[in-house]
Design a protein around this ligand. Structure first.
Ligand SMILES: Cc1cc2nc3c(=O)[nH]c(=O)nc-3n(C[C@H](O)[C@H](O)[C@H](O)COP(=O)(O)OP(=O)(O)OC[C@H]3O[C@@H](n4cnc5c(N)ncnc54)[C@H](O)[C@@H]3O)c2cc1C
Length: 355
């Protein structure tokens, strides 16, 4: 019997593939439902269009691992569709990337076999670790990411680093980029699980970005297309907070189907600040300001694995998805693509190894 720990994207994929290959599988899930953060996501599964673009965007990643994800993704997406996972968009709408948007509930329905829900998470005896990294552990985030203040979680609440701890205790090692994370700057106000996508403040490229102390710490021309770099920088400022300051021209800009003005108006009133009420003198021309906080969706660093998803330094242990590092290091890549491809790779290698 093969034990898969975690019934999010990577775990569901690994278990479904193992069943297809005729193996008996138990999937254990610590949360109250299957689906992990995938269920809360926009569910765009993508890769960079060009290999050189991927390397340029994520220069700190392990080239061999990146190659596996990049080369296998299109077939992996076709496999997902062949399982009956419903496609919502047939492209990403972003010229830099190729991929598809799926319906997350449909993925759970297409892949879920029996899932054992166990609040204690119990991963003793696990073969494939798919526990989704350590974003939900403020202790591990403080130790590895070292933000200036605790980061609000923008993901499902159960990924507390269990897979990481389990593998490290068995000889596993961490890879590069343990201090990196993928997240969004969110309004400094209350929001819930249903607003993780709609409340993201994704217009730093048009804003002037100041911290609580009135220091303009990030130039808008340096904001990456995914805005991940400004979020990571915000995490290191006082209170892990920033102010996005906007002039009239910035408010007219568009991000996808909305203007910046519409996004600002949609931000909760607690997070909108009149320029005269900022804790520092606003630059001339500022007409609107939003106080944002860095939030973490998932960690980027994780266990060092090889191309077959085996955890380096251990015997008989595989890791897939966010539990494994080495893909998006230094930049941004699709976490779902990593989870999908590595879930398949791990399952096929476990089956081939005759475990
Ligand atoms: C709002 C939002 C939007 C996103 N949009 C996108 C997007 O459009 N495209 C994209 O590529 N990515 C996106 N992501 C990221 C994507 O969801 C993750 O990269 C992906 O889900 C990672 O897959 P995973 O299997 O590693 O982790 P998860 O899918 O989170 O699954 C991990 C599972 O392990 C479980 N678990 C934890 N500890 C234990 C334990 N001890 N025992 C058993 N189970 C355990 C968790 O409860 C969870 O179910 C988004 C995420 C969020 C939150």
């Amino acid at each position: 019997m093969i034990l898969v720990a975690g019934a999010g994207m990577a775990g569901l994929v690994a278990a479904a593939r193992l069943r297809e290959l005729g193996r008996d599988v138990v999937v254990r899930e610590k949360g109250t439902r299957a689906g992990g953060s995938m269920l809360l996501s926009s569910c765009v599964i993508w890769r960079h269009r060009d290999w050189s673009g991927f390397r340029r965007e994520c220069p700190g990643g392990d080239e061999r691992l990146q190659r596996v994800v990049w080369e296998r993704l299109d077939d992996a997406i076709a496999w997902l569709e062949s399982r009956g996972a419903p496609v919502v968009w047939h492209d990403t709408g972003n010229p830099r990337t190729v991929g598809k948007r799926f319906d997350p509930k449909g993925i759970v329905e297409a892949l879920a076999g029996d899932v054992e829900l166990r609040a204690d998470g119990c991963i003793d005896g696990a073969t494939i670790l798919c526990t989704g990294g350590f974003a939900a552990s403020s202790e591990l985030v403080t130790r590895y990411v070292r933000p200036a203040a605790s980061l609000r979680l923008r993901a499902s609440p159960w990924s507390e680093g269990d897979g990481l701890r389990f593998a490290l205790a068995r000889g596993g090692r961490t890879g590069e980029g343990m201090d990196e994370f993928y997240g969004r700057n969110m309004p400094d106000a209350s929001w819930d699980e249903t607003q993780l996508v709609s409340s993201s403040q994704l217009y730093a490229r048009f804003a002037r970005v100041f911290d609580d102390d009135g220091v303009e710490f990030f130039a808008r021309e340096d904001v990456s297309w995914s805005e991940t770099n400004v979020v990571q920088a915000t995490a290191r400022r006082t209170g892990a907070r920033a102010y996005y300051l906007l002039d009239a021209e910035a408010l007219e800009q568009r991000v996808r189907d909305r203007t910046v003005a519409q996004m600002v108006e949609a931000a909760p009133a607690e997070a909108r600040v009149a320029p005269s009420e900022l804790p520092f003198d606003a630059p001339a021309g500022t007409v609107a300001a939003v106080r944002v906080i860095a939030s973490i969706t998932h960690t980027i660093g994780g266990l060092r694995i090889d191309e077959r998803a085996r955890v380096v330094g251990t015997d008989g242990l595989w890791a897939a998805g966010v539990d494994a590092g080495g893909i998006a290091t230094g930049g941004y890549a699709s976490g779902l693509a990593q989870a999908l491809v590595q879930g398949l790779v791990a399952a096929e290698d476990v089956a081939a190894a005759g475990v």
